[in-house]
Design a protein around this ligand. Sequence first.
Ligand SMILES: CC(C)(COP(=O)(O)OP(=O)(O)OC[C@H]1O[C@@H](n2cnc3c(N)ncnc32)[C@H](O)[C@@H]1O)[C@@H](O)C(=O)NCCC(=O)NCCS
Ligand SMILES: Nc1ncnc2c1ncn2[C@@H]1O[C@H](COP(=O)(O)OP(=O)(O)OP(=O)(O)O)[C@@H](O)[C@H]1O
Length: 285
Amino acid sequence: MKLLPRIEAEGGADWLARAATQSLIDEARLSPKPGLVDSRGNGAHHDLTLELMERSAHSLTPTFQALAQQSWLRPVDVALRQTIGRLGREGEQQMMAATGGVNTHRGAIWALGLLVSAVAMLGGSGSAEAITATAAKLAQLPDEAAPKVFSKGLRATHRYRVPGAREEAQQAFPHIMRLALPQLQQSRQRGGSETAARLDALMAIMTSLSDTCVLSRSGLDGLETMHEGARNVLRAGGVGHPHGWQALADLDRKMLALNASPGGAADLLAATLFLDRLTTPNLAN
Ligand SMILES: CC(C)(COP(=O)(O)OP(=O)(O)OC[C@H]1O[C@@H](n2cnc3c(N)ncnc32)[C@H](O)[C@@H]1O)[C@@H](O)C(=O)NCCC(=O)NCCS
Ligand SMILES: Nc1ncnc2c1ncn2[C@@H]1O[C@H](COP(=O)(O)OP(=O)(O)OP(=O)(O)O)[C@@H](O)[C@H]1O
């Protein structure tokens, strides 16, 4: 894994925040994504639009900036965990204010927020491994001030006995490190388009994530359809191959018929693009 270029402390927080927002916008615009909001339309979501997703992404820039500033060269401890927990919840409120009460990016604030903090804790330099390991340490610490709400995601993890957004972070983002980033690089090396490589990275996440968005909306049927369909795309040579493209279209149809949308996989793709962006900083401008 490439080393990050040194990001100077001054301006570093601003740069990280813009990179995080841009990663959310890149994820939202990427098309065609099964079930999700993209440049074509709303996917399986009746309350979301691309315009709303982009407005939401921009509303989060000050949150990412504050997370980076407060975390700059700080050690992992409960005090920092509580600070970022508070900033993350304030970010959720910013998002809700910007979208008129629609949840566009809750999971993304969690994943990207932890990663932005982790890069800042490392002073703006570090490998993707070091960044995700640092984020995991933060996610493992208790946040006493967190309200005890039994969210939809939490309910799904209990009902189906699967890991969710919390566990993905606590385990240092295995779906990003073991699946999405290697797939992104492999598909780029194959020489296809950047869009195809990013869609392949999304497929890699979708082959195995226990996505609580999918589980809440369409149960185990939806989850199995997602796993199987994403495997078919990659087995057929990826999105850049005509058979892979066909398999993606089939998966899109099936997900829509089930009202299934892989929102958790989309969040992790945005986080993947963020980590990728750190190694090619000219993309963030
Ligand atoms: C941990 C979070 C995501 C809450 O998760 P919870 O499981 O309770 O479910 P909720 O339904 O609210 O949201 C889950 C979201 O995570 C995403 N997701 C779903 N499944 C997965 C998965 N397996 N892996 C990763 N992300 C997933 C989806 O987008 C989903 O919408 C978060 O909202 C939270 O607790 N934030 C507190 C603020 C905080 O501490 N922030 C610190 C970092 S900024
Ligand atoms: N491009 C995208 N399209 C749709 N969802 C996305 C996209 N990118 C990320 N997501 C994630 O999907 C989640 C939205 O899923 P969902 O609509 O199931 O959430 P909800 O608000 O909890 O549920 P509901 O709308 O059923 O009340 C968001 O939290 C967001 O993180």
